[in-house]
Design a protein around this ligand. Structure first.
Ligand SMILES: [Zn+2]
Length: 443
């Protein structure tokens, strides 16, 4: 079931570049912010600190007593946000570790069913998880305790706990942030006014005024990202969007994604046919700039202009992508969308990998936006296996040939646009794996 709301990031931009002094003041906050986060990762990122993560006052109190805030001279609003920010990431990190270990347990053929049951229990119940890792006291509500007793009676507890510890260690890593290019800001530290925003800095009662390109105002936590080189900043505003469910969205659509045509459906409808043009214009321009850049490397105004133009061109490309994704959903009205999985990066040798790197961010962006838009409209997005999807004949299933954008099958004589053929396979594979039985001929 789709959730009722999804979180969407809205962005705001400065109207004119910030002065170097203003930028420096904001960078000071960003640096301290990162410093506090690293402190939290170091102190509370390990196994032993698991019991302190929920609900988190312990950490807050200990950090208040640490004197770090006074030492940095950081306003408390930033200090505590950095703490919560880091704690949130530690929690996400731990749920990632638990998910990885769980996957491993499920796939492990050497474990007995009872052992798997017990391990799954430990991974699910946080107090039992902590106790298994640290040997801390097991303190469970009665019902969970009964479950624990029943499950643990069937297995060698010590052996299971050792196994769990080994696995957790394997998936653990040192948490650290090096990016000091931004910080989170709460309402107490900013004010929208005069078609801009006032942001508190380290100097007492001082605020920096940044004129914005729009007049929208928000009352929530914002994330400020800094681009010191160009004197710009970006404000990211998380907004909850209510999911709009459409009664009349009932089709299922297979897709293939490409760089010249962004999306092709199984019925041969194309969306984003101009993508290639936009993309080429951007990369041509970038190539041209490299030589100019080498000439003016040390000249700040030239660099600034370059970054501003690059930003603008990327914005244009992104807005085109979004517009075409909207048109796709509005026109096709799908209930389900089948999309081939991305191939694993790193296959196909170094040269191919370079090409992949060059285009991957755009592909990543399109996927991210498509995923988000599907969530917003309660459309189910299903990834299907991508292996050989463009070489397989979508009519008879045998291997065909691709030439000049056309797919043709030497066995059954089927001929079509090669992207459409791949999209038809995506739909087929999706429907097949969804209920395991239905194979709709020629749909
Ligand atoms: Zn065929």
């Amino acid at each position: 079931m789709p959730a009722d709301t999804v979180c969407k990031i809205i962005r705001q931009y400065n109207k004119v570049p910030l002065s170097p002094e203003e930028m420096q003041k904001l960078q000071e906050i960003a640096r301290d912010y990162a410093r506090v986060k690293n402190e939290i990762y170091q102190r509370y990122g390990g196994m032993k600190s698991l019991p302190k993560l929920y609900p988190g006052y312990t950490v807050q109190n200990e950090m208040t007593r640490s004197g770090l805030r006074e030492q940095l001279g950081l306003p408390s609003v930033y200090f505590y946000l950095a703490i919560f920010d880091a704690l949130k990431e530690i929690k996400i990190y731990w749920s990632g570790v638990r998910a990885s270990v769980l996957k491993r347990v499920n796939a492990h053929e050497g474990l007995k069913e009872e052992e798997k049951h017990f391990l799954r229990y430990l991974l699910k119940v946080s107090n039992a998880f902590e106790s298994a890792l640290n040997g801390s006291v097991l303190d469970l509500p009665k019902e969970l305790q009964n479950q624990y007793d029943a499950l643990s009676a069937q297995v060698d507890i010590k052996k299971m706990e050792n196994y769990l510890r080994r696995q957790v260690r394997k998936y653990s890593r040192q948490l650290h942030t090096v990016s000091s290019d931004g910080f989170t800001i709460a309402e107490r530290a900013y004010r929208y006014k005069d078609r801009g925003i006032y942001i508190s800095v380290k100097e007492k009662r001082k605020r920096i005024f940044v004129p914005l390109t729009d007049n929208n105002r928000y009352t929530r936590q914002l994330h400020i990202r800094l681009f010191p080189e160009s004197g710009n900043l970006e404000i990211r505003v998380p907004v909850d969007i209510t999911v709009r469910e459409h009664e009349d969205y009932d089709g299922s659509v297979g897709l293939s994604m490409g760089m010249s045509v962004m999306l092709m459906t199984d019925t041969g409808h194309a969306y984003g046919e101009e993508l290639g043009t936009y993309q080429t214009r951007l990369s041509d321009w970038l190539r041209e700039q490299t030589s100019v850049y080498h000439r003016n490397k040390n000249e700040n105004p030239g660099r600034k202009k370059y970054l501003a133009k690059k930003h603008r061109m990327e914005e244009q490309l992104h807005s085109y992508i979004n517009q075409e994704l909207n048109r796709f959903l509005r026109t096709e009205r799908p209930k389900v969308v089948y999309l081939p999985k991305l191939p694993r990066p790193g296959t196909g040798g170094p040269l191919k990998r370079m090409n992949h790197l060059a285009s991957s961010w755009q592909r990543g962006y399109i996927r991210k936006r498509l995923t988000l838009k599907c969530e917003e409209q309660a459309v189910k997005l299903v990834e299907v296996l991508g292996k050989d999807i463009s070489r397989e004949c979508s009519a008879c299933g045998r291997t065909g040939e691709k030439k000049d954008g056309i797919f043709s099958c030497p066995y059954c004589g089927y001929r079509t646009d090669q992207k459409q053929n791949a999209a038809r396979n995506a739909k087929k594979r999706g429907e097949l794996s969804e209920d395991g039985s239905v194979w709709k001929e020629g749909s």
